[in-house]
Design a protein around this ligand. Structure first.
Ligand SMILES: [Zn+2]
Length: 311
């Protein structure tokens, strides 16, 4: 190919591949950034605070929580059709979106908030083990968002993406992210300091949502109540969880506001250990400020101190 032909081909390729997103935009029209999950929506707004260049929108209902096994609604499809950009959790959390995205918006720009984050936790391949979740063996645990230490890294990934898409405000995105990350890292240090003083650091969670929080804080998750998030185990399954709790000498069971707490309460009572609620901020009020995340995590810290710190 001659030079001119190559250039023409390149231009056509760039236009067709969605890379055109990086082109300058009219100042009056912000980037419509459609965020898949609630925590990613909060983080995106934290990074884009004060910028007229980005309008963040939440795709899934704020009350939903983790979208494991979610099925797209017509409202979701409409939001998808109007978006300039998709901001996602990544690591398989958006499996439900793969086919609709390919069909409806194959060229939509996608920001994966987990891209490049190291130290990912593998999902446990064996049923009944900690970290079991509705995922394929060998997949990475997608719940980075539920650990303030990882939230600090997620906002860094988001800031670099928005800096690239809206270079005129790159400094603002980076400053917002740095401030948010500093708060999250301080909070993560507090989790670690508190957990270091707990006499028993072994806990049971409802689904694999707190694996990063536990690792980053120095806690150890010895069992999960629900292998399939939101689905109660059988009677035999419950007995085996109770047995596991006793054998592994777990200190407490923690349920999540996004799922019914009944099973967690029952196994805790049977095993004779306390039960309390930890909130991964996977869902929450529709109009919450980005600071809602930190408030939810602070409450979790207080809950952990109250439940695990006393014996
Ligand atoms: Zn989940």
């Amino acid at each position: 190919m001659k030079g001119r032909a190559i250039r023409a081909w390149l231009a056509a390729f760039i236009l067709c591949s969605g890379l055109a997103l990086a082109a300058p935009r009219p100042a009056a029209r912000p980037i419509r950034a459609l965020c898949t999950t609630y925590p990613i929506y909060l983080f995106t707004r934290a990074v884009c605070q004060g910028s007229p260049g980005v309008a963040a929108e939440l795709m899934l209902p704020s009350s939903l929580g983790c979208p494991h096994d979610y099925v797209m609604t017509p409202v979701d499809m409409r939001r998808l059709s109007e978006a300039d950009l998709l901001v996602e959790n990544g690591l398989g959390m958006e499996d439900f979106l793969e086919a609709p995205l390919r069909k409806a918006r194959p060229r939509l720009g996608v920001v994966d908030s987990s891209a490049g984050i190291s130290g990912l936790i593998r999902m446990s391949p064996e049923p009944g083990a900690a970290g079991g979740d509705h995922h394929h063996a060998g997949d990475f645990n997608p719940h980075l968002f539920a650990s303030p230490r990882q939230a600090a890294r997620i906002v860094g990934v988001l800031a670099e993406n928005f800096a690239r898409l809206d270079p005129a405000r790159a400094a603002l995105y980076r400053k917002n992210a740095a401030l948010f990350a500093a708060r999250m890292n301080r909070l993560a240090d507090e989790f670690k300091a508190a957990a270091a003083a707990f006499p028993n650091k072994r806990i049971v969670t409802q689904h694999a949502v707190f694996d990063y929080l536990a690792r980053d804080s120095g806690l150890s998750i010895v069992a999960v109540v629900e292998e399939e998030p939101g689905q109660a185990p059988s009677a035999a399954g419950m007995l085996s969880i109770v047995r596991e709790i006793r054998e592994k000498k777990a200190a407490a069971v923690f349920t999540e506001p996004q799922y019914p707490a009944g099973v967690g309460k029952t196994v805790a009572r049977e095993a004779g250990i306390p039960v309390a609620v930890l909130d991964p901020a996977a869902n929450g009020p529709a109009n919450a400020e980005p600071s809602y995340y930190e408030a939810a995590m602070r409450e979790n810290l207080e809950t952990l101190k109250k439940v695990l710190g006393r014996r």
